[in-house]
Design a protein. Structure first.
Length: 314
């Protein structure tokens, strides 16, 4: 059973520190940093994923406080990342299975050439000022995340593009002329990185007043009191916690290991839900042969659990 204890401030507590980070910078030597960064993470008991590219770094890692501090110190010692910022939360159990430092073409994949947030980007809005902006009748609020993320939480009144991947976002913008009907565009995402590129793209498309939530939903949920919040639902996160809520407390969602969709308690009560095998989101999209294959995997997971181990497929 996951321990969702809270500290006196009402925020999540747990044995593991989770650090979400990104930084856009010209990083031509990114390939040479991968191996020492991987080794440092492993030496310090840190797990998660870090993406390195010529345009910068992006990722989320978790581990003991001193291990996370060592990795962040290493990164900030690189001249390109001396001003690196990160966001912290807690997890009651290690939310990642392994450590992966990957080399990529982009640290967040939009698929549009020459979009450079270091050259042009929207105006940052602090969480404390976000409510005033998105309740302004002259503002269109856009969620830049994908459909499985928006399905469990969204800002009140926001437009949901219902994209499957971030690559679909530019075409969605070009096909929605109504976005020009109001002078202000306010955009948000989980931690802020997608909005760096999304607002840069919007500016390139001729939108003048483009704003984005600094630090993303995570910073808003951390800083804005729940009684003042305009956030509805939970925020999807890309680790074993699946979701977080106000105060960055661990949410109640679980992940379907057949289709990777976040599941509510109602989803898990459905007759179409079978742990590790199917859920209401994927039951009609999978064959019985698929489900039998997933059942075999689930049996291996259960056997590993009885041995006190974690199966890599879990």
């Amino acid at each position: 059973m996951t321990d969702r204890s809270e500290n006196a401030a009402g925020t999540a507590s747990g044995s593991f520190l989770v650090a979400a980070l990104y930084h856009f910078a010209r990083f031509d030597r990114y390939q040479s940093v991968r191996e020492p960064l991987q080794a440092l993470c492993e030496e310090n008991g840190v797990k998660g994923t870090l993406l390195l590219a010529r345009e910068g770094i992006n990722g989320t890692i978790a581990g003991p406080d001193e291990g996370i501090a060592a990795v962040l110190s290493f990164l900030r010692a690189q001249p390109e990342f001396s001003h690196l910022e990160h966001k912290e939360s807690r997890a009651s159990k290690m939310p990642f299975l392994r450590m992966k430092v990957r080399l990529k073409k982009e640290i967040v994949t939009m698929g549009v050439e020459d979009i450079d947030p270091n050259r042009i980007v929207g105006t940052y809005v602090d969480p404390k000022d976000w409510n005033a902006l998105i309740t302004d009748p002259d503002t269109i609020v856009i969620d830049t995340r994908n459909d499985y993320e928006t399905a469990i939480g969204i800002f009140k009144g926001a437009v949901d593009p219902k994209t499957k991947t971030f690559r679909e976002f530019p075409d969605w913008v070009k096909n929605n002329g109504g976005l020009h009907n109001k002078p202000k565009i306010a955009m948000y995402c989980t931690g802020g990185i997608r909005c760096e590129k999304a607002t840069a793209f919007m500016k390139e498309q001729g939108f003048e007043e483009v704003y984005h939530l600094k630090g993303g939903i995570l910073k808003y949920l951390e800083e804005v009191p729940q009684e003042e919040s305009l956030w509805e639902g939970a925020c999807f996160v890309f680790d074993e916690r699946v979701s977080v809520t106000h105060g960055l407390k661990e949410g109640d969602h679980k992940l379907c290991h057949a289709c990777r969709e976040p599941l509510t308690a109602e989803d898990r009560a459905s007759p179409q839900f079978e742990e590790g095998v199917s859920c209401p989101h994927c039951f009609d999209k999978r064959s019985e042969a698929d489900r039998e294959r997933y059942r075999q995997r689930q049996r291996q997971i259960e056997l590993a659990r009885k041995r006190g181990e974690r199966h890599l497929g879990s």
